[in-house]
Design a protein around this ligand. Structure first.
Ligand SMILES: Cc1cc2nc3c(=O)[nH]c(=O)nc-3n(C[C@H](O)[C@H](O)[C@H](O)COP(=O)(O)OP(=O)(O)OC[C@H]3O[C@@H](n4cnc5c(N)ncnc54)[C@H](O)[C@@H]3O)c2cc1C
Length: 287
C-alpha cells in the first residue's frame, strides 16, 4: 500500500527542524532511517501530514568517546555501531548488539535515536541502553533536557518524548573502573526481531561487582531492567553462585507471553540461560 500523502521537509539545521515540529505539532513526524516509520505509513498505521527528514543534520551522526564517557549521536546508524572500534571492551554490550539488529540493509539506514524513539519492546538498543544506564538528550522548543533511560519508555511504542522534541544524542557515562558486558539474542532466523534478548553490563571495583546492569528484550511491554538481579550482584565477586542467583532473579523479572515464538516458560528459561552466559562472558573479560 502507498502511504497517505504528506508534506516533506528536509531541514539543514537543528533549529529549522525544531521550528517545523513546533509549527506542525502532532501532525508532524521526524524521519531518521525510515526503517520503522515508513512501513507503518505504508500500512496506514501512521499517517503524518508532515515529514521532517533529519538526515541532513550531520552533527547528529557523531559517535565519539569523551572525557565523561561515550556520546552516540541520534543519527548514528546501526552499521556504524557494528563497525566502531570504540564499542568493545567496556562498551562491549553495544558492540555485541549492533550486528544482531536485523539485516545489513536495515542496519545501513536505521539509527540509534530512531530505534529508541520507536520504543519497540523487541528493539535491541532499548535493553542495551538500560543495562548501561544511558541518558538521552532531547531538544525541544523550551531547550535541552536529559532523560535517564529508566524514565524514557512509557509503554509499547510510547516514550516521554513530546511531538516537538528531537533526540539529539545518547550518553553513556564511563564507570572509570574495569567494565565489560554482552548482548545475547535468540531469533527465529538471522535478521529477525528478538524472541528473547539479554543485555548485561558490569563495572568492577576491587575484584567485586560495583554496578551491574541487566535488561531484557521481547519479554515485556517495554524493555525491562532486572533490578533484583542487578542488586543481587552488587558488592559480590562474579562467581558461579552469584551468577546463578542473578540469572534466576532475571528470569523472575521477565514478563513473557506465550506466542508463536515460544511458550512463556520457554522464554523465561532463555532469559535465565542468557543471563548466566552473559555474566560468565563478562567475568572472563574482566579476568
Ligand atoms: C525488516 C526489519 C527488521 C528489523 N529488525 C530489528 C531488530 O532485529 N532489532 C531492532 O532493534 N530493530 C529492528 N528493526 C527496526 C530498526 O532498528 C529501525 O531502524 C529502528 O527501529 C528505527 O530507526 P530509524 O532510524 O529507521 O527510525 P525511523 O523509522 O525514521 O523513525 C522511527 C520513529 O522514531 C521517530 N524518530 C526517529 N528519529 C528520531 C529522533 N532523533 N528524535 C525523535 N524522534 C525520532 C520517528 O518520528 C518515528 O516515530 C527492524 C526493522 C525492519 C524494517
Amino acid at each position: 500500500m502507498y502511504p497517505a500523502s504528506f508534506e516533506y521537509f528536509a531541514p539543514t539545521t537543528l533549529d529549522e527542524a525544531l521550528g517545523l515540529l513546533q509549527e506542525h505539532g502532532e501532525d508532524a513526524k521526524v524521519l531518521a532511517g525510515g526503517q520503522s516509520l515508513i512501513p507503518l505509513m505504508k500500512l496506514r498505521f501512521a499517517a503524518p501530514r508532515v515529514i521532517v527528514d533529519i538526515n541532513g543534520l550531520s552533527e547528529l551522526a557523531q559517535l565519539e568517546q569523551e572525557d565523561g564517557g561515550l556520546r552516540i549521536g541520534a543519527l548514528v546508524r546501526h552499521k556504524a555501531c557494528e563497525r566502531s572500534e570504540l564499542l568493545q571492551g567496556r562498551y562491549g554490550t553495544l558492540g555485541d548488539a549492533a550486528p544482531m539488529i536485523s539485516d545489513p540493509i536495515v542496519r545501513n539506514l536505521g539509527s540509534v535515536g530512531g530505534s529508541l524513539a520507536h520504543a519497540d519492546p523487541q528493539g535491541d538498543w532499548g535493553s542495551v541502553m538500560l543495562a548501561m544506564r544511558a541518558e538521552i538528550t532531547a531538544q525541544g522548543p523550551s531547550g535541552t533536557r536529559t532523560i535517564p533511560i529508566d524514565e524514557f519508555f512509557q509503554g509499547p511504542f510510547t516514550t516521554v518524548l513530546e511531538p516537538t522534541e528531537i533526540i539529539t544524542e545518547v550518553r553513556i557515562a564511563d564507570s572509570r573502573t574495569r567494565a565489560g558486558g554482552s548482548y545475547l539474542k535468540l531469533e527465529r532466523k538471522v535478521g529477525d526481531f528478538a524472541t528473547v534478548g539479554v543485555a548485561v553490563h558490569v563495572a568492577f571495583a576491587n575484584g567485586s561487582v560495583d554496578k551491574a546492569g541487566i535488561a531484557l528484550t521481547g519479554v515485556g511491554p517495554i524493555n525491562l531492567r532486572a533490578e533484583a538481579a542487578e542488586q543481587a550482584l552488587e558488592g559480590r565477586a562474579l562467581d558461579d553462585q552469584a551468577i546463578g542467583e542473578a540469572a534466576r532473579l532475571a528470569a523472575e523479572a521477565a514478563q513473557p507471553r506465550t506466542d508463536l515464538r515460544g511458550t512463556e516458560a520457554y522464554k523465561r528459561n532463555v532469559v535465565r540461560v542468557f543471563t548466566e552466559r552473559g555474566l560468565r562472558k563478562t567475568a572472563e573479560v574482566a579476568r
